[in-house]
Structures are given as C-alpha cells and as structure tokens.
Design a protein. Structure first.
Length: 118
C-alpha cells in the first residue's frame, strides 16, 4: 500500500527500466557498445538516489534488495559493455538481470492507499 505519488514514482522507475532494456537490445543488434552502456547506466545505482526515506521505510527489505541488485546489474552491464564489450557476455548479463524483473513481478503488486483490487 503506497500513496498515489509513491506508486507513481516506482512506476516511472519501472518504465525507465524498460527503456534501458530496449536501448540495450537495440544496441546489441547494432553492435554499438557505447549505446548499450548509456542505456544501461540510465538505470544504474545513480538513478536510485533521491528515493525519499519515507518510501524506503514502507518497502519490504527483499523488495529493496532485488531493486538494488537490479540497479547494480545495469551498472555491471554498462561496465562490461565499455571494457570488453563481448555480446555473448552482455546478453548473458541481460538475461540474468531480467530474471530480477520477472522474479519481482511474480511476487509483488502495489496498491494505492485507500482502495483495493477485486
Ligand atoms: C524490486 C521489484 C521489481 C523489480 C526488480 C522490477 N520491477 Fe517492474 N514492477 C514492480 C512492481 C511492484 C510493479 C507494479 C505492479 C502492479 O502493482 O501492477 C512493476 C511494474 C512494472 C511496469 C509497469 C509500469 C507502469 O507504468 O504500469 C513495467 C514496464 C516494469 N515494471 C518493468 C520492469 C523491468 C523491465 C524490470 C527489470 C529490468 C523491472 N520492472 C524490475 C516491481 C519490480
């Protein structure tokens, strides 16, 4: 249960994740390691700064761990892309990273305070 503002903040972050994945896949197809790194970094740890403490306090620990691991995995993918840039390795990292998306989506829903889903 989150306020409308808090829920929106998380959904915005999520759409950023999806944009990064899109940019990474497009970059892989074009063999453009710089584009891959730029897209990945957009969802890295730096993007997780500025989450209000009140929101952090409401989120379950496991949820936060999975979220942080995902931000770190984007940074790792950006590094790999700039340092070695092996497509096979990047694809493997992307597959593992997206395991976090599906794991979390399988386990969590956000409802807005004040109403319930049927
Ligand atoms: C730590 C948990 C967690 C992780 C990791 C996570 N998500 Fe989500 N995501 C959620 C939750 C919770 C929702 C809201 C689901 C609901 O209540 O309907 C959501 C919703 C979304 C949405 C819908 C946004 C909207 O505007 O409705 C997209 C797109 C999305 N996630 C993409 C991703 C992608 C891509 C990844 C991985 C790179 C990812 N998410 C990783 C928890 C997570």
């Amino acid at each position: 249960m989150l306020s409308a503002t808090e829920r929106n903040a998380i959904l915005i972050e999520m759409r950023g994740f999806l944009e990064s994945v899109q940019g990474i896949v497009a970059g892989l197809a074009e063999q453009n390691t710089r584009a891959i790194a730029t897209s990945a970094r957009t969802s890295g740890m730096a993007s997780a700064q500025g989450v209000p403490q009140a929101l952090k306090d409401k989120l379950p620990t496991e949820f936060k761990k999975l979220g942080m691991a995902t931000h770190m995995a984007f940074d790792g993918l950006a590094r790999e892309s700039m340092e070695i840039g092996d497509r096979q390795v990047i694809l493997k990292q992307l597959g593992a990273l997206m395991g976090n998306c599906t794991t979390c989506h399988a386990g969590y829903r956000i409802d807005e305070e004040g109403w319930r889903r049927k």
